[in-house]
Design a protein around this ligand. Structure first.
Ligand code: HXC
Length: 260
């Protein structure tokens, strides 16, 4: 299908999704959300696709936030009545079971930072800038920033960012644990695609289970998390890929994954 606000391209087993409103620094309006939900549903449903990369078009921005022009005249009660921003926490964006990476190529502000944090991990260009500047608009994060940023970087940095609205550069973001890798801007897509291809080459169930385990670390007690980890590990031992993976190691050959 064709989209107006995003580009979607399959490169082998990797789905590349590009936010494509460069004239508005890829600001996230409801049309973008609708198309992203659709694209992530297609990615999740397509067995040939094993990992996704989300990036922004242009060299300036990943996404400069929720679309302020869409919110400026919206009546207050409508934000409540239509549960504004709830779509971003839907199963199809922030809870896709397959792994996906955010490749942050510039500004990731407000909703842009929040969208990047929905990814399993972030690879940033050295030009990337992260921030939650909502306070300067008289509001606060609404797509997960106060929760995911705090979990990622801890209270001190999260409070600093949310209360001052300042931006964090890529170096500080890596040092703070917000991003996993920083690379020069012109090598960003190569690095992100290489990581995605490595993940896409892993046994598919193991990839989903590894993702689920790490995510649960933020939602359970240690004891519940350790139990879940053992149970999921035990379930993976029932897969054909476990048998194949361990056999291949012992026989010193490449594994031939079945994805089940
Ligand atoms: C709508 C946006 C936008 C946004 C940029 N643009 N950000 N449009 N929503 N969030 C548009 C500008 O209006 C402009 O369009 C074009 O993109 C280029 O932006 P400039 O400001 O001219 O670029 P520059 O001077 O380089 O500044 C870049 C910037 C700045 C520092 C990133 O654009 C900026 O501060 N943007 C807003 C960042 C922000 O506050 N994000 C949080 C949004 S609130 P025109 O047509 O005018 O030239 C949010 C959650 C809200 O995400 C939750 C509350 C309910």
């Amino acid at each position: 299908s064709t989209y107006e606000n995003i580009l979607v391209e399959q490169r082998g087993a990797v789905t590349l999704v590009t936010l494509n409103r460069p004239q508005a620094l890829n600001a996230l309006n409801s049309a973008v959300l609708g198309e992203l939900i659709d694209a992530f549903a297609a990615f999740q449903a397509d067995d040939s696709q094993r990992c996704a990369v989300l990036t922004g078009s242009g060299e300036k921005a990943f996404a400069a936030g929720a679309d302020i022009k869409e919110m400026v005249d919206k009546p207050s009660v409508d934000f409540f009545l239509d549960d504004h921003f709830s779509g971003w926490q839907s199963d199809l964006v922030s809870r896709t079971r397959k792994p996906w990476i955010a490749a942050v190529n510039g500004f990731a502000l407000g909703g842009g930072c929040e969208l990047a944090m929905m990814a399993d991990f972030i690879i940033a260009a050295d030009t990337a800038k992260f921030g939650q500047p909502e306070i300067k608009l008289g509001v606060a994060p609404g797509m997960g920033g106060s929760q995911r940023l705090t979990r990622a970087v801890g209270k001190a940095k999260a409070m600093d960012m949310c209360l001052t609205g300042r931006m964090m550069d890529a170096e500080e973001a890596e040092r703070s644990g917000l991003v996993s890798r920083v690379v020069p801007l012109d090598g960003l897509m190569e690095e992100a695609m290489k990581a995605a291809e490595a993940i896409a080459g892993m046994p598919a169930m193991a990839a989903m289970v590894n993702k689920e385990m790490v995510d649960k670390a933020f939602e359970t007690t240690l004891e519940q998390g350790l139990l879940l980890e053992r149970r999921l590990f035990q379930i993976l031992t029932a897969t054909e890929d476990k048998v194949e993976g361990m056999k291949a190691f012992v026989e010193k050959r490449e594994a031939n994954w079945k994805g089940r």
